[in-house]
Design a protein around this ligand. Structure first.
Ligand SMILES: C[S@@+](CC[C@H](N)C(=O)[O-])C[C@H]1O[C@@H](n2cnc3c(N)ncnc32)[C@H](O)[C@@H]1O
Length: 270
């Protein structure tokens, strides 16, 4: 089996990974045939998946610019994925050159690529850690080096929480992070949902089964279930909405029905 030079030694390249499948949806090249096969299978059920991912990235970029505009220039991006076009530090720095970003992921390929892309960049850091263990993230040397916990932080949980099952207490992890960050901090979040998908739940389930098959269940929460992650935050206008409707740069930014699957929102603590 192919093992390109960029693949970390310790990974099993016969098992698809969420971050490499996502890289494939976005047109990246850090993926293997096993990942592409899983992605193609998921797309048989939901052909609009790449559209959803593009809407997700576009929302993330708008939210980062919004945060900087509100004076929040420190970012903790958990589930950051494999670096691709328009990364958080690039968008943030275009708005404020002093912006700082800590990228966190539990996937070895995402971590290795982030480290390669960011080598020598003093204003960014990479942490190999799991959202389910927030204290490990908060205690990491990179968070300590880059994030001043006396100033507001933008916590990015973009397209990650739908990979954390209820039994792993995602609400508890999000609350722990909220409590560790100072007032005025933000939560920037997107999440998959059956609500808004332009096809039957039964058919969308085909995609969910693909992720189940690679032991990375995709949890499609309801809008109400997603809104609960914002407990303790005041919602920024326009609230929790389909991704293209969150403060679009142009109206309508994208009228592809697939882009309206799932929800995006930003909250801020008082
Ligand atoms: C769909 S990608 C999203 C990447 C990026 N946030 C974006 O929206 O473009 C989801 C990422 O979350 C990571 N991930 C999933 N569960 C995680 C966990 N429990 N802890 C840390 N990272 C996780 C995956 O490895 C993957 O890189």
């Amino acid at each position: 089996m192919e093992r390109p030079a960029w693949a970390p030694r310790n990974i099993d390249i016969s098992v698809p990974s969420v971050s490499r499948i996502y890289d494939y949806y976005l047109g990246g090249s850090y993926n293997f045939e096993v990942d592409r096969e899983a992605a193609r299978k998921a797309m048989e059920f939901m052909p609009g998946l790449p559209k959803i991912m593009q809407a997700n990235r576009a929302f993330m970029r708008r939210a980062v610019r919004f945060a900087v505009g509100e004076g929040v220039t420190q970012f903790l991006d958990i589930g950051s994925g494999i670096p691709t076009f328009g990364n958080v530090h690039e968008v943030a720095r275009a708005a404020d050159p002093g912006a700082r970003v800590v990228y966190v992921d539990h996937d070895p390929v995402a971590v290795a690529h982030s480290e390669a892309v960011l080598a020598g960049d003093e204003g960014t850091g990479v942490v190999a850690a799991d959202l389910r263990k927030p204290q490990e993230i908060l205690a990491s040397s990179e968070v300590e080096r880059l994030i001043d916990l006396n100033r507001p932080v933008a916590l990015l949980l973009v397209a990650i929480l739908h990979f954390v099952e209820d039994e792993d207490d995602p609400y508890g992890a999000v609350a722990e992070l909220r409590d560790a960050l100072p007032p005025g901090s933000m939560l920037v979040l997107t999440h998959a949902s059956y609500e808004g998908i332009p096809l039957s739940e039964e058919r969308a389930k085909g995609t969910v089964d693909v992720y189940e098959g690679i032991r990375n269940p995709l949890i499609m929460r309801s809008r109400d279930g997603i809104a609960r992650f914002f407990e303790g935050y005041d919602m920024v206008e326009p609230g929790l909405v389909p991704m293209p409707l969150w403060r679009p740069d142009t109206a309508p930014e994208d009228d592809d029905r697939w882009a309206f699957s799932g929800f995006a929102g930003v909250g801020r603590t008082a």
